[in-house]
Write a protein that binds this ligand. Structure first.
Ligand code: G3H
Ligand code: 13P
Ligand code: ZN
Length: 361
């Protein structure tokens, strides 16, 4: 079995200066595509499931799927992560079903819509950290609300994400507050807000520093050099995938995502986990549309799901290579949750604030 915690994987990524894409899944085809890509390039994997994904696929099916992937690819460390947990119960039940890591997204209240006060975020995140660390699981927190700096709007995904309009003070993580948050909560990784949003419609033009505030990452990394940073909403929304969809009957208005070079810049400044869902959704949808457009009589799901998996595998492999994840799987020996729990209890994994990484080692 090769389940790994987020903390161990991101500690390794930081030590060797690479990033790890975190791919969302809802079904078997996506799980197989990710692992085929990881196996081809020897990359460790983060698979994440949203609340919507857990409801769609069923926790028991998801657990069985991850167990199967671990058995098929025992040499690939797999981190199973809860994406955007909305409260303590969501995080606890994820761990109960074999997740080795959870995100407690206290930037929003438990409804997944209302921007939450800072004190609430600290309180709920700390409660999840205590619970998760007792059993050795990892926790990602979020400070700042994801949304567009162009419009002030969030992109609501399957019920998650704020509704309405926010100011830049809420859409950009405050570096000083980030230090306080990590100290108070002891999260293993910190998701920050800097102009990315979920879904395909992130930017109305190729983003520059006004709408994609990479400088915020750099400032936070300077103050928290030992904290693993997480970029959400980091699909690149490639033009070729938009074109495949639109050439085969789709109607996606022209849009721009987060350029891979900007993510690579982030990786140089402490970004270790990069969340990607939309690119894979688009890759699968384009391939399926193509089959239907070219063979309107087709009705065997394997005939369109196989090309969909192939297209998703291509995107995953590209990201593993672009983020420097490729080549590391075989060099990691996963530490069991019980041993991680002992490491937390000993204080060895406490957040290191205000000291350089070199000094911390
Ligand atoms: O958080 C955003 C991910 O893209 C998951 O989306 O909630 O529709 O599964 P979802
Ligand atoms: P995208 O919609 O850009 O793929 O982001 C996914 C994400 O952040 C999941 O948490
Ligand atoms: Zn997200």
């Amino acid at each position: 079995m090769a389940r790994i915690t987020l903390r161990q994987l991101l500690d390794h990524a930081a030590e060797h200066s690479y990033g790890v894409p975190a791919f969302n899944i809802n079904n078997m085809e996506q799980g197989l595509a990710i692992l085929e890509a990881a196996d081809a390039v020897d990359a460790p994997v983060i698979i994440q499931a949203s609340r919507g994904a857990r409801a769609y696929a069923n926790d028991i099916v998801l657990k069985g799927l991850i167990d199967s992937l671990c058995e098929m690819y025992p040499h690939i460390p797999i981190c199973m992560h809860q994406d955007h947990g909305n409260n303590e119960a969501t995080c606890a039940t994820a761990i109960q079903h074999g997740f080795t890591s959870v995100m407690m997204d206290g930037s929003l209240e438990a409804d997944g819509k209302t921007p939450a006060p800072y004190d609430y975020n600290v309180r709920v995140t700390k409660a999840v950290v205590d619970m998760a660390h007792w059993v050795g699981a990892s926790v990602e927190g979020e400070l700042g609300v994801l949304g567009s700096l162009e419009t002030g709007m969030g992109e609501k995904e399957d019920g998650h994400g704020f509704e309405g309009k926010l100011g830049h003070d809420q859409l950009l993580t405050d570096p000083g507050q980030a230090v306080d948050f990590v100290k108070a909560t002891q999260v293993d990784a910190l998701a920050i807000a800097m102009g990315t949003s979920h879904g395909a419609y992130k930017f109305t033009r190729r983003p520059d520093g006004d709408v994609l505030a990479m400088h915020v990452i750099e400032e936070i990394h300077q103050r928290l050099p030992n904290t693993h940073l997480v970029m959400h909403g980091s699909s690149s929304v490639p033009q070729d995938l938009q074109d495949v969809i639109n050439r085969h009957g789709g109607q996606m208005p022209q849009t721009w995502g987060v350029p891979v070079e900007e993510i690579q810049r982030g990786i140089k400044h402490g970004v270790r986990k990069i969340n990607i869902d939309t690119d894979n959704r688009m890759a699968m949808t384009g391939a399926i549309r193509k089959v239907f457009a070219e063979n309107p009589g087709e009705f065997d799901p394997r005939k369109y799901l196989k090309p969909a998996m192939d297209a998703m595998r291509t995107v995953c492999r590209q990201r593993f290579e672009e983020f420097g994840t490729a080549g590391w799987a075989g060099k990691i020996t996963p530490i069991p949750l019980s041993a991680m729990a002992r490491r937390y209890a000993s204080g060895e994994l406490a957040a290191k604030i205000g000291i350089t990484r070199q000094a911390a080692e």
